[in-house]
Design a protein. Sequence first.
Length: 353
Amino acid sequence: MSDNIKISCRNIWKVYGAGPSQFFSGRNGLVDDPQLLHRRILDAGHIGAACNVSFDVDVEVGEIFIIMGLSGSGKSTMVRCLSRLVEPTAGEVILDGEDVLKFSEHELIEMRRHKMGMVFQNFGLLPHQTVLENVAFPLKVQGVERSAREERAMSMIELVGLQGREHGYPRELSGGQQQRVGIARSLAVEPEIWYLDEPFSALDPLIRRQMQDEFLRLQRMLHKTIVFITHDFLEALRLADRIAIMKDGLIEQIGTPADVVMHPATDYVAEFTKDVPRVRILTVGDILEPVEANAVVVESVNLDTTLEQLMPYLAHNNDGIGVKDNEGNVTGQVTPRGVIAALAATEEARPRR
């Protein structure tokens, strides 16, 4: 396994019903024909909430890995399997080279206290405690001395922009402010991996957009390894480095936002993505062309510039725009013709099952 991999999910199954272990010869989740087993599980009247789910999440770049799908797809079950809030029926969850599913109760508690931060849709704040006390609560559980935990909690409160509200109570805060408290609390223990289960779903659209902005700001500062659950495809496209789309407990496709939109692997993914504005998803890095010999680059943009952001530049640069890498060197160009070709391209969905 690469040293860059923070967490690996291997052949995870979560089957609800009487005696779910009957479907597996061992605990590692490896089966000869996952599709056939999935049908057997359904035919037996059991529910396959997660079926043969596998993925890796990278630590070095602080990846935002989003698991998405509609209600009942298995996405929330998966994040709970990763933390063992729900016990998988079979499979492996490898965190820093160790199988979480083999942890003792004590090891599991220590992992949750020191390595893991979690944020849920319903905030989960303690109504009788102040903002400061809520944020400091995980440190109190760890046994951190009061002055030290309050100092750490205050730094997290300032990080999420709630300074001045530390002595208020949750009932005195807006929904967005309450979610900020939940985020600050989850970060107080300095987690190595951050699980967020539909954290913004209960918020009004404008507040939700603001919280997405805040989330991206925090990630630019903290570079956490993140598994984020959502049913909102536009939210996933905006936040994700990679997306896993689930349906009926199965992974339909894993890829970058551009991969998923431009190259849907199944009819289901194609239906999910058909109305997505490509100009918001594709970046100049996705349609990069070589710089023509003797070309004069007047203006340039970064690799992650979306085509929507590029349009004003193309309006007065018919010959194209230079594209810079992370070091500021021009490594290619985008042209009006290339943009039109990318936006006009149609990719047939080729179902794998």
